[in-house]
Ligand binder design. Sequence first.
Ligand code: AMP
Ligand code: MN
Ligand code: MN
Ligand code: MN
Length: 285
Amino acid sequence: MDYSEGSLLQARIDLHTHSTASDGRLSPAQLVDKATKCGVKLLALTDHDTIGGLNEARKAASAHGIQLVSGVELSAGWHRHSIHIIGLDFDAEGQGLTSGLRQLRGLRTQRAIRISEKLEGLGVTGAVSWTSEKAASAQITRAHFACLLVKRKYCRTVQQAFRQYLAPGKLVYADCDWPSMGEVLNWIKESNGVAVLAHPLRYGMEDIRLTQLLHDFKAAGGDAVEIYSGVSSPKGAALCTAYAQRFNLKGSIGSDYHGDTPGRSRLGVAGLFPPAIQPVWESFR
Ligand code: AMP
Ligand code: MN
Ligand code: MN
Ligand code: MN
């Protein structure tokens, strides 16, 4: 996706960010601190398949006087595609979500073992223990394996590690049988949350496929799509706006911030929100 820096602005709302509870660089408290300094007033921490950072973020947000809504970015399966669904403003103790997160943690651990076995075959030893230690209590993501490949000098950058080893179809990619989109949407609904389809244009789907995904997402109870998700172009935002209108979905904005890495999105940065779309944050409790 092309990156049109000039069209992006510092926004007051950011509903898609990561911390060290998954593959972000900053701790939840550091993230909230940075968001405050950037002028963000409404923030969601949406780590991959975990809400482990929420309490720390909540404390920091009340100290800084900014509004934090509960958030998570859940991995889900749809017709052999792996997609991401953002849950927002849910009850963090909700039963459906709690057991769902337990299931996702198990799947991530099993996948980490499969990735490590493939790495072992290439001579990269001890990947399970290295990534487990690096992740500590956080979720192990492919980004942790990318760091290991850089550290062992198999690649120069994390980007390159994804391109050569960790992307679908590459040497150490391991498939994961994520819970279905319908199941994931149910967990969010059972916990009184709002469900947002993350970065619709990043799944590499043709228009027909993406239209089908959005249709199924809406039919299964999905609420919104991300209009801006990190490094978005005006053209991408216009496409997402058209999908939202066609399926009567609300819109969300999020930077998908992971840390200040060149080429990746900056915290709280998005384009102008389309006036024709209902903002998802208006339905927060
Ligand atoms: P996982 O959910 O464990 O499969 O890991 C996916 C995460 O890896 C994404 O959320 C991104 O943060 C990161 N990622 C995926 N592709 C790339 C890439 N090409 N370069 C850098 N990070 C990436
Ligand atoms: Mn990530
Ligand atoms: Mn994602
Ligand atoms: Mn994300």
